[in-house]
Structures are given as C-alpha cells and as structure tokens.
Design a protein. Structure first.
Length: 467
C-alpha cells in the first residue's frame, strides 16, 4: 500500500512546516511486532540504572534545547510563546519527577509464618513492567503531552508507541530524537504517524498491554469498548469545567483567574473554564469586569511574547466555535464582548451571559476562547446546574466563606475542585484525570508509572527458615 503524505501547516501563518509519509497498516503491524519483541527479550530490557541515566540525559538535552522546542511547539500548535515556555519547563520537571519516583519504586515483604502452613517461607513482591504501551495524544500541549505519554512508560521499563496528533507531530518527532541521543534503544520508543483507522489498529491489537488515550470522549470510549481482553486503559477526555462564584468572592483577584482559565491557549484545554455561575445580583458587574480584562488580551501571532491568545488549531475548529456562539446568542444569550473571527485563524476572547441551557455552548465542550456566565438565586441551584451534565473533570469555587466553599466543593460532580483558583490549574505531581464521560484512570507522572507496572509475588520456601 502506498503511503499517504501528511502536510503540517502552522495554524497562524499557514506556512507549510514539513511533510511526512503516513504509516501504512503493514508498517503499524511491524511497529507492534518490534515493541512486543523488545519487551519479550530479556536482553533488551533496560535495568533501572540505565533508565535513570537515559531520563536524566533527556531532561538535560531538553533543557539545553528548550528555546528550539518552544518555538517549534508554538508555531505548529498555535499556543502563545509565553505559555509554551511554561509548558517546556513543566516537561523538563516532569522527566525529573519520573526519575525521582523510579528511584523510590519498590516491592514489599509479605509476612509469612503467621500460621503453621505458612512457615519456612519468605515472600516479597517486585514491580515489573506491564508490557507494550500505545499512547494516542492530542494537539494542545505537544511538549508536555509527549513527555507524559512516553516517559512514564520508559521509566517503568515498557516499550511505547506514541501516535501524536497529526496537527502537531513535529514536537513529538523532535523529542524522539532527543531520546535516541540520550541512549534509548530504537524499539523502546516509536512514533506512529498514521490515520485514525491505523491508530485504532494500534489501540485494539492484542499485543498492546496498555492504552493511553487523550482526546474526545466519543473516540476514547469507542476504543475502550474494543480493546483486547486484558489491555489496561487510561482515558483523558474533556469537560465543560464549571465555576461557582459565591457572593463573598474577591472579584479583583477572581477575574484574572477566570480569564486565565477560559482563554488560556484559546480555550483549547480539557479543563478550560467554560460555565461560570454567579449570583444574579452580581451578573452585570462580573460580565463587565470579564470583558474589561478580556479586551486587554493581545490576540495574534503565537511567536510574539506579547500574545495572550493565538489561533485555533484548524479553520474548522474556529468555524465551529463561531457557530456555537451564534447559536447561543440567537437562542437568547447576551453577547457582552468578542464573538468575532479574526485574521490568521484567531477568535476574539468572548463573554456571553445566560445562554439557553439547550444550546451546544451550555451542554458541550467548546474548546474555544468563550466564557459563558449564568445567574443563579442560591448556591444549591448553582451546584445542581453545574452537575447537570455527564462530564466530571475539574471545577472551581470562588468564595471567602470557608463553609460555603467546602459545601460547594463536596457536592460538585468533579474529580478535582479548585478553590479561589481557575479550573485549568495543574502541577505534574498531583493526580489528574476525569470521571464519568470525562475519562478513566488518573494521570500524573508517579500515578502513570504505577499503572504501567505490576506486582509479582515471589514465595521462597526453605528449611532454613523457622517452621
């Protein structure tokens, strides 16, 4: 079968950055074979000290080439330079977190001799790699997601095949070269540039021991339903991250946080602030303050350090965002600011109030720079409305009343609740993952490494031990 050609274009300038052949189903099958052989051959397995050395070298190489990675990721993905700088630093730190956890990973002794039949035995567990890993990634954090979906596998001793988003594969390919330079064997990490059918082939093949998927709920749950028996699965989808604002909230500090949560990377984040519930008496004041803040944000070239919002990843994504905004306004929502498509694939930071509950903006993840504000009469009503969707990822509560904040946090249907901070807050050592439609399993470097290894119990019988 002839290879199709992938053309990678910068979403802001439209410049063609590179062209690469897409792998055929036969080539995908060969990648799976290489991963399985690498895992099955005891001579291929890297001892812990070699994995530590490779990861430490990788972190240093990424640190030394950080500027190149920032500019590459910002151009191919459209995330503003200053935000991509933070992403690169996170990625470097994440590799070092993996090294630290690898040094701590261990089995434990299982007590024997507690009963007469268990005498003359010594038992302990060891940690073993689970097997070949397939990681299917998203476009929105090309440096950090590449790290999070390869490094835990490498640290745990698993060969990994990474399928990056086809809109942002160049960062993954560049990172793959770093791994090779750091001494990682070729078959320990492979990059699959392939279409959706071939990606599904990777995911559901019985040679795949673990599937890590970041993307839409529709695709993630479809793959989950079709993986081979015994394949472990981690899914990270999205949500419509709700925020509840109590009347005691400190508005001057809250408004920048809401804008950060809603407009960071043009809202193309799985925990981007989308629905904000405020007391009806505060709705006008808060929408005015949000617009004042939003209008200060520079929208434009992601390579400029002044830019706060870059382009959406594709023209189709931008058109969909605009359609949803128009639907919300036509249905009775009030447009306070934004709502326009700009040049070079960009979209204005947008604030809408009281969009109808039936419109897509109120029910689905927009993945665009749009904050929708809704008025409520009492806190329990706000909690009920925030919970009235199947998503459960990150949420936020703004309040100076500890009791009210804890009341809301304990009742919100969310895997994590930020109090007096935006919904997109994350550090790489905290557990991170959605529930219900929003995902399955918990991310984070240490958490993923534990998932990618398994216990083996060894029981040693000896007459030299007490009976």
């Amino acid at each position: 079968m002839e290879n199709q050609q992938l053309i990678i274009q910068a979403p802001y300038s439209g410049r063609v950055l590179s062209e690469h052949p897409l792998q055929t189903p036969e080539e995908i099958d060969q990648m799976l074979d290489r991963a399985r052989r690498f895992f099955s051959d005891p001579k291929s397995r890297l001892p812990k000290h070699k994995r530590i050395d490779i990861l430490q070298k990788t972190a240093s190489l990424l640190e030394n080439q950080k500027e190149d990675f920032i500019r590459l990721a910002a151009e191919e993905g459209g995330k503003p330079y200053t935000d991509t700088l933070v992403e690169a630093d996170r990625a470097i730190n994440s590799i070092r977190l993996a090294v630290a956890h690898l040094m701590e990973m261990r089995g434990e002794e299982v007590p024997m001799g507690l009963t007469q039949p268990s005498g003359q035995r010594w038992a302990f567990t060891t940690r073993e790699p689970i097997g070949p890993v397939v990681s299917i990634s998203a476009f929105n954090h090309p440096i950090n997601l590449t790290v999070h979906q390869t490094i835990p596998a490498i640290a745990a001793g698993c060969p990994v095949i990474l399928k990056p988003a086809l809109t942002t594969p160049l960062t993954a390919l560049a990172f793959h070269r770093l791994l090779a330079e750091a001494g990682l064997p070729e078959d320990a990490c492979q990059i699959a540039l392939c279409n959706n059918d071939a990606a599904e082939q990777l995911a559901i093949d019985p040679r795949t021991a673990y599937l890590s998927f970041i993307g839409s709920a529709r695709v993630g749950w479809h793959l989950h339903a079709h993986v081979a028996p015994g394949t472990r699965v981690a899914l990270e989808h999205g949500g419509v991250a709700p925020v509840i604002v109590d009347r005691s909230a400190d508005l001057p500090s809250m408004i920048p946080a809401l804008c950060k949560g809603g407009f960071y990377h043009a809202g193309q984040v799985c925990v981007s602030t989308q629905r904000v519930y405020v007391h009806k008496s505060m709705l006008s004041e808060i929408t005015d303050m949000l617009c004042q803040q939003a209008e200060k944000i520079v929208v434009g070239d992601p390579l400029s350090e002044a830019t706060g919002i870059g382009p959406l990843i594709t023209e189709a994504a931008r058109e969909r965002v605009h359609q949803w905004v128009q639907e919300a306004v036509t249905g009775g929502g009030k447009l306070h600011c934004g709502g326009r498509m700009l040049n070079n694939g960009c979209y204005e930071a947008t604030v809408i109030s009281n969009a109808p509950e039936s419109c897509k903006l109120s029910r689905e993840e927009i993945f665009g720079p749009v904050i929708s504000v809704y008025g409520y009469d009492d806190m329990d009503e706000a909690i009920h409305r925030a919970n009235d969707l199947p998503y459960a990822f990150q949420a936020a509560v703004f309040s100076r009343d500890v009791d009210q904040a804890l009341h809301a946090a304990s009742r919100l249907n969310a895997a994590a609740v930020m109090i007096n901070d935006h919904t997109a807050f994350r550090v790489d050592w905290m557990p991170f993952g959605g529930r219900s439609v929003s995902g399955l399993g918990i991310g984070g470097m240490a958490q993923a490494m534990e998932e990618l290894s398994q216990n083996k119990l060894i029981v040693f019988k000896s007459p030299a031990l007490p009976a």
